[in-house]
Design a protein around this ligand. Structure first.
Ligand SMILES: NC(=O)c1ccc[n+]([C@@H]2O[C@H](COP(=O)([O-])OP(=O)(O)OC[C@H]3O[C@@H](n4cnc5c(N)ncnc54)[C@H](OP(=O)(O)O)[C@@H]3O)[C@@H](O)[C@H]2O)c1
Length: 343
């Protein structure tokens, strides 16, 4: 049995669901993959607690769900960031699911740098470090031999990155358009059905799907960050957020949605990469599409992507995801991919 000593950075919706998966699937993981995850450290906004013998997944999840904080766990020592702890902690893997900060990337970026330098593998659901330091993190991982995966950063459990990297061998993608943000897709669908913007956003927050700071969703930055990750990892473009023209959904009105519906159209917040010469134009904006097109029919809690390439025709992939469990499962699949490999 391979024991994977694991540091949970963030104990919010995603990593609590990772703990839930360990409760549900420990036997399956042992039987099918010969692995077990031991949670040797856990961090939230109050700090980091370390327990080399391992925190119990069920007890830790319940503790957080009932208002507990990492600073109240045994093994807490004051004043340490996740990166400080990673500088010396004996562990194999860090699961980064702290909030997105598109200005500094912190606390995830320093944690990722420190872990990868030391050969500790990183699986991220947090997009910011990946989008802000894509090349650097890959160079650090290559130098130390650590694993680096981030399939959960784009469309939760929909394996957009995996499909793009593994299954489009030798393809030249000409066009990649997607709905990458469930919160805004849900809000637009609910507004079209007569509900208020504020009410729909509140439901997305209650379900744990909205970003910690929901302005990232509605102003289009969450979608743009995912597009940057796709551009780097799938399209081979050295893009940053500055390369994406970004418009969010805040100015889309119920009247506009009704007008488009009368014309057989619907408004979607699209991430768009279109090949122009050797490069791509990258944009995020509310776009009117045919209501019966693939993306037009991605409604409510669905996210989807259309990929056109010279070799593989037109591909259409979508997911229905209304809670963070599938995103946590995407982190699990990334971790299994690193430590067991693909079967
Ligand atoms: N939710 C989804 O469906 C989903 C899907 C794909 C990707 N993601 C990404 O996954 C990440 C986590 O999402 P979430 O929904 O789990 O967010 P969340 O519920 O807001 O949880 C964030 C966690 O990070 C902790 N935290 C805040 N500042 C910290 C710091 N300085 N050091 C360590 N931990 C810190 C918070 O602590 P407290 O508990 O003390 O507040 C909380 O436990 C985000 O980057 C998000 O973009 C989420």
């Amino acid at each position: 049995m391979q024991i994977i000593d694991t540091f949970l950075i963030g104990l919010g919706n995603v990593n609590r669901n990772f703990l839930r998966i360990l409760e549900m699937k420990a036997t399956r993981l042992a039987q099918d993959y010969g692995i077990a995850f031991r949670i040797v450290a856990a961090a939230d906004s109050s700090g980091v607690a370390v327990n080399p013998a391992g925190f119990d997944p069920a007890a830790t999840r319940r503790f957080k769900e009932t208002g507990g904080r990492a600073c109240e766990l045994p093994g807490y020592s004051a004043g340490n960031s996740p990166a400080d702890v990673l500088a010396t902690l004996r562990c194999d893997l860090a699961l980064e699911a702290s909030p997105v900060n598109l200005t500094t990337g912190e606390p995830g970026l320093s944690a990722a740098r420190t872990a990868l330098r030391r050969g500790v593998s990183m699986v991220l659901a947090n997009k910011a470090p990946v989008a802000l330091a894509y090349r650097e993190l890959h160079q650090l991982a290559a130098a130390s031999g650590a694993g680096l995966r981030f399939s959960a950063t784009v469309c939760g459990a929909l394996p957009v990155i995996n499909i793009g990297r593994r299954d489009l061998i030798a393809a030249d993608v000409t066009r990649l358009h997607g709905i990458f943000n469930a919160t805004t897709n849900f809000i637009l669908a609910e507004m079209a059905a007569g509900r208020s913007y504020a009410d729909a956003l509140q439901e997305a927050q209650q379900r744990g799907i909205a970003e910690t700071d929901p302005s990232l969703d509605v102003e289009g930055w969450d979608t743009a960050t995912k597009l940057v990750i796709v551009a780097n990892s799938v399209l081979g473009v050295d893009a940053t957020l500055a390369d994406v023209a970004v418009t969010g959904i805040v100015h889309v009105t119920a009247a506009e949605l009704a007008q488009e519906a009368q014309r057989g159209k619907t408004i979607k917040l699209l991430a768009m990469a279109d090949r122009i010469g050797d490069g791509f134009s990258l944009a995020v904006k509310p776009t009117s599409v045919d209501a019966d097109s693939f993306l037009g029919r991605c409604s409510g809690w669905e996210m989807g992507v259309e990929i056109e390439s010279d070799l593989y025709g037109r591909m259409f992939h979508k997911i229905w995801e209304r809670e963070p469990l599938p995103t946590a499962a995407a982190m699990l699949r990334d971790a299994v991919d690193i430590f067991v490999g693909r079967r």
